[in-house]
Design a binder for this molecule. Structure first.
Ligand code: SAM
Length: 292
């Protein structure tokens, strides 16, 4: 069998099918076998696992995933790639390709149909134009049926996910990933490993989804409302940004901050996940008091 993860095979397949690479779908195909194998290895895929691959492209990583896992379900938006995948994956009987937009896909249904409702491992070289919506969608909607997410993304997004409080990269994405998963950076990948070369640097990260969240809050929606408010206008104080988007008065927010030991002038960009959680629970008590 010819592996696709090299420039010669990839160009031959693209030519054979007269396939024009589409920028609008973020199509940067991997052409480096070491990188593809490293991603699959670091994803910890075994013969027990059902893998969800987002954006298989011409099937480069899918081939290796099929060899290493029990089953691969690959979701690809570009209908022009479906005949290509039928050919390049024809030697595998453990793969299903679904022609759909992953952002509209019911991943719970995929887990039910292809893995008896059990947890999936997500592995992908993501289309960079929708990296954040894909990662946030997986975490917010499917954390209970996903075991891990190992994905190639822009290095700049990996830096935001891995950021520390008070730095310029720290933000809502950092806190959301920290809430749902333990994060590790697996590799940095050179632009020369893709056709066409992306004009940004790339990294592979692995998110291991927590079975229990590292912080417990009384109202998860309020926690994320506070986080979004804090970073919508980072230079504003928490008092101003939270009062602008909630019914809490400035006095109530100041008091809640005081009760968690923070200054009333503090900005959200320096608060840790635990501190956001504490503030959220304090404000939750205020709203309960108001109701009663
Ligand atoms: N996995 C292949 C590889 O590594 O060579 C291709 C990766 S390429 C960066 C991203 C792939 O995602 C493309 O095949 C693209 O068509 C597909 N894609 C883009 N948007 C998508 C979406 N919303 N849903 C599913 N697939 C998508």
């Amino acid at each position: 069998m010819n592996y696709l993860a090299n420039p010669t095979e990839t160009k031959a397949v693209l030519q054979l099918f007269g396939f024009d690479i589409k920028k609008k779908y973020g199509q940067n195909f991997l052409i480096d076998e070491n990188t593809v194998r490293k991603i699959v290895l670091k994803a910890g895929v075994t013969k027990e696992d059902t893998v969800l691959e987002i954006g298989p492209g011409i099937g480069t990583m899918t081939q290796i995933l099929c060899e290493e896992s029990k089953k691969v379900v690959a979701v690809e938006i570009d209908s022009k790639l479906i005949p290509v995948l039928s050919e390049t994956l024809s030697m595998f009987d453990n793969v299903t390709v679904i022609n759909e937009d992953v952002l509209k896909c019911d991943i719970r249904e995929i887990s039910k149909v292809y893995n008896e409702g059990m947890a999936l491992k997500v592995v992908a070289n993501l289309p960079y134009y929708i990296t954040t919506p894909i990662i946030m969608g997986l975490l917010e909607n499917y954390a209970d049926i996903i075991e891990s997410v190992t994905v190639m993304i822009q290095k700049e997004v990996a830096d935001r996910i891995n950021a520390r409080p008070g730095t310029k990269d720290y933000g809502a994405l950092t806190l959301a990933t920290e809430y749902y998963a333990s994060v590790s950076k697996v590799a940095d990948v050179s632009a020369s490993c893709f056709i066409p070369r992306p004009n940004v640097d790339s990294s592979v990260i692995r998110l291991d989804i927590y079975k229990e969240r590292p912080v417990k809050v009384r109202d998860e929606r309020l926690l994320f409302k506070l986080i979004r408010a804090a970073f919508a206008q980072r230079r504003k104080t928490m008092v101003n940004s939270v009062s602008a988007v909630t019914d809490f008065s400035k006095e109530e927010i100041k008091e809640a901050l005081c009760l968690i030991g923070k200054s009333e002038n503090i900005r959200g960009e320096v608060l840790s996940l635990e501190e956001f959680a504490a503030l959220s629970d304090r404000l939750c008590s205020v709203s309960n008091d108001t109701v009663m």
